[in-house]
Structures are given as structure tokens and as C-alpha cells.
Write a protein that binds this ligand. Structure first.
Ligand code: ATP
Ligand code: NCN
Length: 216
């Protein structure tokens, strides 16, 4: 099992799929395999977040999410990592800056689902992210239009890379982003949580029973 900081060599192209993974599911595996096939990556890391800075509700414990992600995602070119907890970063702009400093010469590509492109302009220093690393966006059911009409997509329209050229995305100078209309997978962590597959927190303990009410 991988522990500590993952290994990467200068010149390698590493895809970063950041997420809460609360819990990991088939949609994450699906876009990972699509990204590996379509983006010319040497490796892909699942960057399991200590907690999305925009989400009010805290996720399940990091150890638990890591263990479940590692159980689900088994591939020789994929590493599940808690680098953000190790680096002490939460915002993606900080994570990318810290990774670039720690891994000189490694080329990182930020990977996300279409729902995140739609709200990308709310992220902290989102333009620094766009201008710091190439970005790959993968289709997600019901999210395509909002993503492609989003402020981020509109402002960076000129820098969009055609899907046919996406194999070389990681070698391009940013800003450079692509939208891959891959076959879609409908899984989401929120649906799993809502279905009771992964309770957000231990079930509340019922209040202690008091004495039985007096008989009427
Ligand atoms: N089914 C999917 N198709 C495409 N992208 C996905 C899919 N599921 C997750 N992603 C992407 O994977 C990354 C991590 O997702 P995350 O861990 O938040 O899971 P989620 O299912 O989106 O969670 P939630 O439902 O709680 O928002 C995000 O960039 C998200 O857009
Ligand atoms: O940096 C930000 O402002 C920011 C805002 C929202 C989401 N993110 C990152 O986006 C990734 C996907 O988040 P999530 O919770 O949708 O899985 C994860 O790595 C988050 O840390 C980052």
C-alpha cells in the first residue's frame, strides 16, 4: 500500500482527481479510466480532500474515505493519496502550488467532473488554477450545458483544446483545458449517502428513557 507522499519523476504527466470521495464510487473509477485512456497521463492520483472548502457539511473521517477509495480503485497507474492533509492545504490553488514546489519538473493536470466546471468561478483563486496547470473536464449526467456556459468556460474559451488533441494536454503551457464528452456514469456520493449507503455521522444515540409516564 502507498504511504506518505507518492513518487513522481521529472517529466512525468500526473493527473490529479481531487475530491471528497465521501464515499468513492463507480463514477470516480469510470472517469479515472477515461482520463487515463484519453489524456496521455503517466499516472493519476486521487487527491482525497480533508474537506471541500465550499461544502458546509464536513465529510466522513479521512482515514475511512481513504480506505474505501483504496478498496475500490485498484489500478497500477492510480494512487490514492492524502497529500492535502500532509501538505496542510485545502484550497486547490494552494495544493497545486505546494505540489509544484515539491515535485519540480513534474507536469500536473487537474481533472474534474463537469459539475465542478459550472461552479469553478467560485473557487479560491480559480484563475490561478486555470493559468497554472492544464485542466481536463469530464462529462457528467445533466451537467454539460451548465459547464460549457459557465463563466470559467466562457472566459477561457480561446484556450479550449479539442478532444482529439487531449492526449497532449499535459504538455501544453496553461491556460489549456479540454472537455471530454466521454460515456457518462450516473453515480454520486450524495445519492449514496442519501440512500443510507454511507451515513454522514454515527446515528444519534437515542435519549435515555425516563420513568414511564403515569397511567392515565
Ligand atoms: N459520476 C461522475 N461523473 C463525472 N464526474 C464525477 C462523477 N462523480 C464524481 N465526479 C467528479 O469527481 C470529483 C470528485 O467528486 P466527489 O468526491 O465530490 O463525488 P461526488 O459524487 O461529486 O460527491 P457529491 O455528490 O457529494 O457532490 C469531482 O470533480 C466530480 O465532479
Ligand atoms: O479551492 C477551492 O476553492 C475549491 C472549491 C471547491 C472544490 N475544490 C476541490 O475540488 C475537488 C472536488 O471537490 P468535491 O468536494 O466536489 O469532491 C476537491 O479536490 C476540492 O478540494 C476546491
Amino acid at each position: 500500500m502507498q504511504t506518505g507522499f507518492p513518487i513522481a519523476r521529472p517529466g512525468q504527466v500526473i493527473g490529479l482527481l481531487g475530491g471528497s470521495f465521501d464515499p468513492a464510487h463507480g463514477g470516480h473509477v469510470h472517469i479515472t479510466l477515461q482520463a487515463l485512456a484519453r489524456l496521455g497521463l503517466d499516472r493519476l492520483w486521487w487527491v482525497v480532500s480533508p474537506g471541500n472548502p465550499l461544502k458546509l457539511r464536513g465529510p466522513a473521517a479521512l482515514d475511512r474515505r481513504m480506505a474505501e477509495a483504496r478498496r475500490l480503485m485498484r489500478h497500477p497507474r492510480v494512487t490514492v493519496t492524502d497529500v492535502e492533509a500532509r501538505l496542510g492545504t485545502r484550497h486547490t490553488a494552494d495544493t497545486l502550488a505546494a505540489l509544484r514546489a515539491r515535485y519540480p519538473g513534474v507536469r500536473f493536470v487537474w481533472i474534474m467532473g463537469a459539475d465542478n466546471l459550472a461552479t469553478f468561478h467560485h473557487w479560491d483563486r480559480w484563475r490561478d488554477i486555470m493559468e497554472g496547470v492544464p485542466v481536463a473536464v469530464l462529462a457528467r449526467p445533466g451537467q454539460g450545458l451548465a459547464a460549457l456556459r459557465s463563466p470559467a468556460a466562457t472566459i477561457y474559451r480561446r484556450f479550449r483544446v479539442a478532444p482529439g488533441a487531449a492526449q497532449g494536454l499535459g504538455l501544453r503551457a496553461p491556460p489549456a483545458w479540454t472537455f471530454l464528452t466521454v460515456p457518462m456514469h450516473g453515480a454520486s456520493s450524495s445519492a449514496i449517502r442519501a440512500g443510507g449507503g454511507w451515513p454522514a455521522a454515527p446515528a444519534p444515540t437515542p435519549p435515555p428513557r425516563g420513568p414511564a409516564p403515569p397511567a392515565p
